[in-house]
Ligand binder design. Structure first.
Ligand code: NIG
Ligand code: FE
Length: 415
C-alpha cells in the first residue's frame, strides 16, 4: 500500500544521501523542502520533492492521498537514552529534593537507584512489561519512533536478566525500534557497600557473560561518576564487554569531571551521556572520536544541575544529541518535544539545532542512523505530522502543547 502526502507546508530533515551525524556549525542548518510531497511505500520512504515536480501517480493502485495543507512533516524523534522499564515511581524523593536534599544525599540514604532496585526485585515480568508498555504508548503519541532502554534497576544477575527479558518482550510487542542496554554498573547494591570491587567482579565474571550468552543486550553502559563507578572499574568492565561484542554507551561527567568521557572514547563508545562537567580535555577527546556527546536536559532541569556547555561544544565542532533519560528518579518524562524546548531555553540551542539533536544525532547514538532519523529514500517511514502551526520554531516555543496531529510508524498511523 502507498500513501502520498501532498501540500506539505514544510518537509524537514530531507537527505539525498544519509550522513552519519550533524556536527558543529552544520547543526544550525535544516534541510527543508517547502510545499512538498512525500510518498510512502509500505513501511519505507519511497520518494519526495516539491509539489511543482509532483509525478503523475494516477496509475498507482491503492494509493491513499492525504492533503496536509498548513502542516509540517518531520521524522519521529529517536530517544537514545531511557530507563523506562521500572517498578514504582519516586515522587517522595521528589518532595525530599524540594525540601533541600541533594541527589547524592538521597542516594546515600538508600534512596535513588537502590530504591528502584528494591521495588523492581518484587515486581513480576508481567508487571514491568505492562508499565513499560504504557510509557512507550505515551512517548509514541509524543512523537518518539525509536527508543533505547537500559537495565540497571536489577543489580543482581537474576534481576538484571529479568529487566533485559522484559525489554526483549517489548521489542516483539511494540511497533517502534527498541535497542537494549545492559547497565549492571548503575549503582553498588547494599550488600556490596563495603566491598564494591566484588560487585564489579560479579558484573565482569557473571553478568556480562550471561547477558551476552542469552543475546539480551545491544549495548553496555556504566555510570562512571563520583560516588558510583571509577574510571578503573569502568575500564575493567568495558575491557570484558568488548570481548562479548557489547559496544559501550556511558553515563559520564554528570556529577564531576569523572574521566568517564575519556574512558568511553578509549573503548569507542557509541555515546557518552549527561556531560554536565565538560572542559577542554573532554572536548578534545570527543573531537578525535566516533562517540556522540549526548545531553539529557530533562535530568539537569529536574535535578537543578549545572547545564552542559553545549555552545562551547558545538563551536568546537562537535555533534550534540539530546535524549530524555526517562526514568523514575531524575527525569520522569519521555516527552522529546519538551526536551527540545529545554535545549533551546537552557542550552541556548536554536530550533534547527534541537531538531538535528533529537532526530539524526540520536539515531546515531543508538546505532540506527542508516534506517532512522531523517527523511531519506529507503529509510523507515516514521513521521510526525504537526497540527497547523506557523513554522517549525513554534514546536519548541509552545512547550506544553503537543502540536502533533498524527504519528506514522512503519508506514502506519498510530491511533
Ligand atoms: O541517568 N545518572 C544515573 N542514572 C540515572 C538516574 C536513575 C535514577 O535516579 O533512578 C540517570 O539520571
Ligand atoms: Fe540515564
Amino acid at each position: 500500500m502507498k500513501t502520498l502526502f501532498i501540500n506539505i507546508e514544510k518537509l524537514l530533515q530531507v537527505e539525498e544521501s544519509s550522513a552519519k551525524w550533524v556536527a558543529g556549525s552544520a547543526m544550525a542548518v535544516l534541510s527543508i523542502i517547502n510545499d512538498a510531497y512525500l510518498l510512502i511505500n509500505d513501511n519505507l520512504i519511497e520518494d519526495f520533492g516539491s509539489m511543482n515536480d509532483l509525478p503523475d501517480f494516477s496509475d498507482e493502485q491503492s494509493l491513499i492521498e492525504i492533503d496536509v495543507t498548513g502542516r509540517i512533516i518531520l521524522p519521529t524523534f529517536c530517544d537514545s537514552h531511557t530507563h523506562l522499564v521500572y517498578a514504582g515511581s519516586r515522587e517522595i524523593e521528589y518532595v525530599d529534593k524540594i525540601k533541600g536534599l541533594s541527589y547524592e544525599e538521597i542516594a546515600q540514604r538508600g534512596g535513588g537507584i537502590l530504591n528502584s532496585a528494591q521495588q523492581l526485585e518484587k515486581a513480576t515480568e508481567q508487571e514491568l512489561f505492562d508499565g513499560a508498555l504504557d510509557r512507550i504508548s505515551e512517548i509514541i503519541s509524543f512523537g518518539t519512533g525509536a527508543v533505547e532502554i537500559k537495565s540497571g534497576y536489577g543489580l543482581t544477575t537474576e534481576s538484571e536478566l529479568k529487566m533485559l527479558r522484559v525489554i526483549s518482550s517489548l521489542k516483539k510487542e511494540v511497533p517502534i525500534e527498541i535497542k537494549s542496554t545492559f547497565l549492571g554498573a548503575h549503582a553498588v547494591p547494599h550488600e556490596f557497600k563495603n566491598r564494591p570491587l566484588d560487585y564489579v567482579n560479579l558484573i565482569i565474571d557473571e553478568m556480562i557473560p550471561r547477558v551476552a550468552e542469552e543475546g539480551l543486550a545491544d549495548f553496555i553502559d556504566v555510570f562512571c561518576d563520583k560516588g558510583f563507578f571509577t574510571v578503573e572499574d569502568t575500564d575493567r568492565i568495558l575491557n570484558q564487554a568488548v570481548k562479548f561484542n557489547l559496544q559501550p554507551k556511558i553515563h559520564a561527567n554528570e556529577l564531576d569531571y569523572s574521566g568517564g568521557v575519556q574512558v568511553g572514547v578509549k573503548y569507542n563508545a557509541l555515546s557518552v551521556d549527561h556531560l554536565e562537567y565538560i572542559g577542554d580535555a573532554e572536548i578534545e577527546s570527543l573531537l578525535n572520536s566516533e562517540t556522540m556527546p549526548t545531553i539529557l536536559p530533562g535530568a539537569a532541569f529536574f535535578l537543578n544541575m549545572p547545564y552542559s556547555p553545549v555552545r562551547d561544544m558545538i563551536n568546537a565542532g562537535l555533534p550534540i544529541a539530546l535524549a530524555s533519560d526517562f526514568n523514575p528518579g531524575s527525569s520522569p518524562s519521555g516527552n522529546m518535544k519538551f526536551i527540545m524546548s529545554l535545549g533551546c531555553i537552557n542550552y541556548k540551542m536554536t530550533p534547527e539545532e534541537v531538531i538535528n539533536a533529537t532526530t539524526k544525532n540520536t539515531a546515531y547514538a543508538m546505532g540506527i542512523h542508516k534506517t532512522h532519523g531523517s527523511i531519506s529514500k529507503g529509510k523507515v517511514a516514521n513521521l510526525i505530522v504537526t497540527t497547523q502551526i506557523p513554522g517549525y520554531e513554534y514546536l519548541p516555543y509552545a512547550y506544553t502543547s503537543n502540536l502533533i496531529e498524527k504519528v506514522m510508524i512503519n508506514g502506519n498511523f498510530i491511533d
